[in-house]
Design a protein around this ligand. Structure first.
Ligand code: PEP
Ligand code: MG
Length: 900
């Protein structure tokens, strides 16, 4: 551990800088940077993340140097501020805040007004001239401190609604009700004095300890509690979701208090240098007069807009900062420009105005939704703030999902009954059944239900339920409330500040417009407009083609990427959708899906029931024209692009019914006895069907199946080619493990194809290649490539067979493995580069050793996973293939891989 554990900042100087996020956390590093930029920052110091990790390891002890370094830094601050911490005549107060490397909004703790004690209160009253202000600050300190330090950090876990903060809030409400006070500011100094006494008694009664009356005890209590909050329940659960390592730890920032609640020439607010919901280049933010930071986020008072362009329906009638305090606003707007130029990215800032003087409390790269991320990247590049390459890296590929978001069907929406309106915090449409707690949301979603989490306001304790929900609806809060921030980060449909809702989470009921809605009732949200509807409205797929910024970004991506992007599609509709999303061919057409249609399953079953080749051929004859029709549709949709069609893969028992009733029905339809069906099902039974009679093993034992499929493919190709469609069929053999297997199937395919071509008198170039999805095929790829004209890695099966995890049964243990970190990621979602990746890399090398320009792709689920796409780029594949909606994501991921 480094000797230096405390970093000072203030008065245009700083020990640290913006690059030191690992050591100082995001907040500390940026406070140092702002201070160096001569932006007004209240002076303070940062205790490093190293101290946090040490503190956790040593069981709550500090390194011995720390106390002395904190004292020395405090002295520097006192000198600048010309006042002293704990001094009765001229007291200095501190705030203590967490600050991890990457922002974890609201997940950890903040304690304000540290240093208010019976000794310093009179001094601060004299200094500020406002008894009301001092007691208001004091009641906030008691509230935060008892909650964070005395309860949470002490490991006390009260029942829902019984936490100390809740109980103190309840006391405050009681007092307000007794006085007929509507808002907090209606309470006067005497009321607050009374309240402080009530608070202290309540703290003692519930937590069995006195609220500390010593400034140093308060400071060190707060520092320890912030460190401990790193391992608090909600912080841990947020880290799991966001994939933030536990080892990082948090820094602690101790900073001079500035007050936004000292009177009407004081204010506090949060702002974004651009609109985080749309990406538009306008200064956007909210503030409250005579308030402290928590008031803006808590959503108890309606926040005012910082300027005229930020006004919403809710803040329309309230004066903006621009009008109310023009000088401060002008300075703030200048700082906005300075920060964007310096950081070259949109910033999320916090400020406080004390006695008409502006202070910046924080700046960080602002979270944004996908729509905004794309627009900002393009516009910043066009203004030459960033390069094209940087612009491409500014959008996380997954964020494109939000542009591809479904919306409520406008026709149905027009007719639907509006329940209420609120602020549009997260775009797109969301429909689901109402649940009132985060735990219920998670539990219901696990059962496969679509839910909307409805809360008065969300807190960081709710994140797991917010994640599980389709959408989030809150009665309180503004555009910078917790719900809004979190939903925006995830690109989830969300409406906040929906004041017309009267919610009782304990009774699981919500009243609105004289109507009662209960748990399980359906509602629909338009998160783009902020409207809540009764019942279930249809969802329409998104139309990204109308978004000019998106189109530009994708154009840049396509120019830079080296990997081609194809799609997995087995019908013309999906093929067209994927082509609209930019797919450059089909990488996998699974033909088995075509046999399940009501017009085909009977012929398929007839083939399975047949006792000999002649019987099978007869049934296959019926399937041939149907298959041909399927391929004609797909070839037309993919005119000019390659189409890889895979021969039959799954074990045959999948096509037969298992239950008695369906077996009886099938027997009747086919004119055979139920016993005959049962016998067949019995004879097809396998102990391990995934490792059994499937893939090329089917085609080898029943070559007439492969022959029929190839005949259908090539006949379809001839037919459309005659009409001018450009076809590039690629016939793909599944589950090959040896060269001989492929040789066998290639022979059947080529003989059939040549016969068809000769008969039709058409020349069509086709290829025969193989899936590489069995480890042995990867290991012997040099031999397999002697026969295969292309490779396509089936990483679903390759993962299954490399790990030895059954794809169908892994659900029994994978969640446990992930939770307990036996695995760091689900290998069926993101490619296991260390293990399975070796086989892929080796397969490509050996394959190309035999056939230099062997075309190689991937068609397992990993083909649409950004990290896996990057891997595919690195190992030199020609293309990735993924489901239609992931095509844009793969295009961007491929471009990012090329830039990196
Ligand atoms: C694979 O195994 O990766 C693959 C694409 O085939 P399927 O998922 O159909 O087994
Ligand atoms: Mg497979």
């Amino acid at each position: 551990m480094a000797e230096k554990q405390v970093y000072f900042f203030g008065d245009g100087k700083a020990d640290g800088n913006a690059k030191m996020k690992e050591l100082l956390g995001g907040k500390g590093a940026n406070l140092a940077e702002m201070s160096k930029l001569d932006i007004p920052v209240p002076p303070g110091f940062t205790i490093t993340t190293e101290v946090c990790t040490h503190f956790m390891k040593i069981g709550g002890n500090y390194p011995k140097e720390l106390e002395g370094q904190v004292e020395a830094a405090s002295k520097k601050v006192e000198k600048i501020m010309n006042s002293r911490f704990g001094n009765p005549e001229n007291p200095l107060l501190f705030s203590v805040r967490s600050g991890a490397r990457s922002s974890m909004p609201g997940m950890m703790e903040t304690i304000l007004n540290i240093g208010l004690t019976s000794a310093t209160i009179p001094g601060l009253i004299a200094k500020s001239g406002s008894e009301r202000f001092v007691y208001d600050s004091y009641r906030r300190l008691i509230m935060m401190y008892s909650d964070v330090v005395m309860e949470k950090a002490a490991g006390i876990e009260p029942k829902e609604g019984m936490g100390i903060r809740h109980q103190l809030e309840h006391e405050m409400q009681k007092l307000k009700d007794a006085k007929g006070a509507k808002i907090d500011t209606d309470l006067d100094a005497d009321d607050l004095k009374k309240l402080v006494d009530i608070f202290k008694k309540k703290v003692k009664q519930i937590l069995k300890k006195d609220f500390p009356d010593d400034h140093n005890e308060q400071l060190w209590g707060a520092i320890g509690a912030v460190f401990r909050s790193w391992n608090g329940k909600r912080a841990v659960s947020y880290r799991r979701i966001e994939g933030i390592p536990d080892e990082w730890g948090t820094a602690v920032n101790v900073q001079t208090m500035v007050f936004g609640n000292m009177g009407t020439n004081c204010a506090t607010g949060v702002a974004f240098t651009r609109d985080p919901a749309t990406g538009e280049n306008k200064f956007y933010g909210e503030f409250l007069v005579n308030a402290q930071g928590e008031d803006v986020v808590a959503g108890i008072r309606t926040p005012q807009a910082i300027n005229e362009v930020s006004k919403t329906k809710a803040s329309k009638h309230l004066p903006s900062l621009e009008k109310l305090m023009p000088a401060c606003y002008k300075q703030l707007a200048q700082i906005r420009t300075k920060l964007e130029k310096h950081y070259r990215d949109m910033q999320d800032i916090e400020f406080t105005i004390q006695d008409g003087k502006l202070f910046m409390l924080q700046t960080r790269v602002g979270k944004r939704n996908g729509v905004a991320a794309v627009r900002m990247a393009i516009e910043m590049c066009e203004k030459r703030l960033i390069s094209k390459e940087e612009a491409l890296l500014r959008v996380r590929p997954e964020q494109l999902d939000e542009l591809l978001h479904p919306m409520l069907d406008p026709k149905e929406e027009k007719k639907a009954q509006q329940l209420a309106g609120g602020l549009p915090a997260g775009p797109g449409g969301g429909i689901g059944q109402i649940v009132f707690t985060a735990d219920d949301a998670e539990a219901w979603a696990k059962q496969g239900k679509k839910v909307i989490l409805v809360r008065n306001e969300t807190s960081p304790e709710d994140v797991h339920g917010m994640k599980a929900a389709q959408a989030i609806l809150t009665a309180m809060g503004g555009m910078t409330s917790h719900a809004a921030l979190v939903a925006r980060g995830w690109g989830k449909c969300c409406i906040v500040g929906c004041g017309a809702l009267n919610i009782s989470a304990t009774k699981k009921v919500m009243a609105v417009k004289g109507k009662e809605l209960h748990e399980g009732d359906w509602i629909s949200l338009n998160g783009t407009k902020g409207v809540v509807y009764d019942g279930k409205i249809g969802l329409l797929p998104a139309d990204p083609q109308k978004n000019v910024h998106y189109k530009k970004l994708m154009g840049w991506a396509d120019k830079i990427r080296r990997l081609n992007v194809r799609t997995n599609a087995d019908n013309p509709q999906d093929a067209r959708t994927a082509r609209n999303f930019g797919a450059e061919g089909i990488g996998l057409c699974r033909t088995e899906h075509m046999f399940f249609g009501p017009d085909r399953i009977a012929a398929m079953r007839q083939m399975i029931l047949a006792d000999d080749e002649a019987g099978r051929k007869q049934a296959l004859k019926k399937l041939l024209p149907l298959q041909r029709r399927d391929f004609i549709g797909i070839f037309k949709a993919m005119d000019g692009l390659p189409v890889t069609i895979r021969t039959l893969d799954p074990p045959l028992h999948e096509f037969l019914p298992n239950d008695k009733a369906s077996q009886k029905e099938m027997a009747e339809q086919m004119g055979v006895t139920v016993e005959a069906i049962k016998d067949k099902v019995q004879s097809l039974h396998e102990a391990n069907p995934m490792l059994g009679h499937r893939g090329c093993r089917l085609g080898i034992t029943y070559p007439e199946i492969t022959a029929m499929q190839v005949q259908a493919i090539i006949e379809a190709a001839c037919q459309v080619a005659k009409k001018g469609v450009k076809v590039h069929p690629e016939i793909m053999i599944p589950l090959v493990g040896t060269k001989a297997e492929l040789e066998n199937q290639k022979k059947v395919a080529v003989e059939t194809a040549e016969k068809v071509l000769q008969k039709a008198g058409v020349k069509i170039k086709y290829m025969v290649g193989t899936m590489i999805e069995i480890p042995r095929a990867a290991l012997t790829a040099d031999q397999v490539a002697e026969v295969a004209e292309f490779f396509s890695f089936g990483t679903n099966d390759l993962t299954q067979m490399t790990f030895g995890y059954s794809r169908d049964d892994a659900g029994k243990f994978l969640p446990y493995y992930l939770k307990n970190k036996i695995l760091s990621a689900d290998p069926f979602q993101t490619l296991d580069q260390q293990g399975v990746g070796q086989l892929v890399q080796l397969g490509i090398q050996r394959g190309r050793a035999t056939r230099k320009d062997l075309k190689v792709g991937i068609c397992g689920e990993h083909g649409g996973d950004p990290k896996s796409v990057e891997f595919c780029h690195r190992v030199g594949m020609n293309y990735v293939s993924c489901s239609p909606f992931r095509v844009p994501i793969a295009r961007l991921a491929a471009a990012q891989a090329a830039v990196r």
